[in-house]
Write a protein that binds this ligand. Sequence first.
Ligand code: HEM
Length: 192
Amino acid sequence: MNYVILLLAVIVMAAAFITAPPVASAEFLAEHIGYMLRVTARLAFALFLLAYIARPLAELLCSRLVLVRHRRYLGLAVALVMTVHFGYVWAHLVTSGEKLDWLTGIFGGAAFVLLWLMAVTSSNATRLKLGMAWHRLHLVGLHYVWLIFLQTFIGVALTSNSSWALVMSALGMVALCVRLAAWTAQRFRRTA
Ligand code: HEM
């Protein structure tokens, strides 16, 4: 099942690549890149949300959700899909001649670095070796990546009439509420 998650992510991206405006034609290249940027961002966010709510949702429902078992591979799939997003960001900058503004470069770049750091440290052995540092990296990384996704989707929703961006922004807020509810319930249990 674990590898199936990665395989499904690859299949969705391959299907998007096939149905995207043709990459071979210079006329459609910019459209192809824009399309793939949006598909990779949306796919990565869907996978990210599942990993983001897995543990808190299981805690709230007091059950062992199947999502918890597959959290690591959901995270790896996010890193994989966002690496493709990174490739298309690169292609976009090279082909459009657009200058990357420093704010996007630093804050967006930090999100990629955190995603890759979380991916390379996502094994039991590294978790044990790094101890608290591992927990801090994954907690900070998770919330930072959530923030960059939400900031981008809300920005798109406000500046265009993209219903996708609106739905994604709403789902991101619901996911945050799930985490806050689980965190609050845990604190109540400790003090009860
Ligand atoms: C240097 C960093 C980055 C650059 C320059 C960049 C650039 C872009 C571009 C050009 C688009 C397509 C906009 C369009 O045609 O509609 C896009 C879409 C998007 N990117 Fe990135 N990106 C970066 C990093 C990231 C990161 C780290 C994340 C999330 C963690 C992210 C999430 C998104 C989202 C959510 C969309 C919008 C998808 C939609 O319209 O539905 N990006 N990005």
